[in-house]
Design a protein around this ligand. Structure first.
Ligand SMILES: Cc1cc2nc3c(=O)[nH]c(=O)nc-3n(C[C@H](O)[C@H](O)[C@H](O)COP(=O)(O)OP(=O)(O)OC[C@H]3O[C@@H](n4cnc5c(N)ncnc54)[C@H](O)[C@@H]3O)c2cc1C
Ligand code: FES
Length: 247
């Protein structure tokens, strides 16, 4: 873990209120696992707490973040220009592990909304590991969809929208019976994680990435403990085995 000013290579809106920010810096070389996150200090000095954003892609000398504008911090981020620097603490947290998988294993990766973001790097890593990946991706509607083509390059994508404006109508639950995987990885809102947790109770390898609100990001403040209280999302997670967390 280190603090570094990462340089913005690009920052653009790619779907309704969803932005893609590409960053460059030494820290990229220490990013080696999907599911980890960066803790960004906002340029607006009134915003004291850092904001956690997942690493969506790790490339040769850049990393990519995908974020949704929900409040002042993410609005501030959307205004950053190419060549600006972002004070970044990272990489943080424990990401996705899949060393138990054998080549050719079928894997299901399930994401909802902005929770789809960290699953892109995971997908790249699973494909490099020789696994067959089916992505089940849920969005509110057609305007919220991002990275659809990028995921299609990695495997089969089953798209779901709440209003049926693209793909299957309904949340990701409508597609779960289409896959019989060895392992499942998921990130998204709590109801999605709860559904995945209960639907795959017969499987050993089910991993959920939580997005609790955070303060310090390094395990010091206990501001992000899970309902079980003995686990902090930032330090022990954000990825947990399904049996480890109460949602
Ligand atoms: C490990 C981790 C990884 C994350 N990865 C991403 C990512 O890749 N892309 C992305 O867009 N967001 C991600 N988030 C969520 C992101 O951190 C928040 O959206 C961001 O901090 C909001 O800051 P803000 O100042 O814009 O909003 P605020 O003004 O702080 O809040 C605006 C609204 O959003 C709600 N909110 C804020 N943070 C969260 C949260 N963590 N969960 C649920 N509701 C929240 C608030 O309750 C409030 O209603 C991640 C969070 C965690 C913990
Ligand atoms: S944010 Fe401080 S312990 Fe997790």
């Amino acid at each position: 873990m280190q603090v570094e000013l990462l340089e913005i290579v690009s920052n653009k809106e790619i779907a309704h209120n969803i932005y893609e920010m590409v960053l460059k810096g030494e820290m990229v070389s220490s990013m080696n696992r999907s599911g980890q996150f960066l803790h960004l200090r906002m340029n607006d000095p009134n915003l004291l707490l850092r904001r956690p954003i997942s690493i969506a892609s790790i490339d040769e000398d850049t990393c990519t973040l995908l974020y949704r504008i929900v409040g002042k911090g993410t609005k501030d981020m959307s205004r950053y220009q190419v060549g600006d620097f972002v004070d970044t603490l990272g990489p943080l947290g424990n990401g996705f592990h899949f060393d138990f998988l054998s080549e050719e294993d079928q894997v299901c990766v399930i994401g909802g909304g902005i929770g789809v973001a960290p699953l892109y790097e995971l997908g790249k890593e699973l494909v490099a590991n020789g696994n067959h990946v089916t992505f089940i991706l849920g969005f509110a509607n057609q305007d919220d969809i991002y990275y659809y083509e990028q995921f299609q390059e990695l495997g089969k994508v089953i798209l779901c929208t709440d209003d049926g404006s693209a793909g299957l109508q309904g949340h990701v639950g409508v597609a779960l019976d289409q896959v019989d995987p060895t392992a499942v990885f998921a990130c998204g809102p709590t109801p999605l994680l709860r559904l995945v947790q209960s639907s795959y109770s017969h499987l050993e390898h089910v991993y959920l990435s939580l997005e609790e609100r955070m303060a310090c990001g390094i395990g010091a403040c206990y501001g992000c403990d899970t309902k079980k209280k003995d686990k902090r999302t930032c330090k022990d997670g954000p990825v947990f085995q399904r049996k480890e967390v109460v949602l």
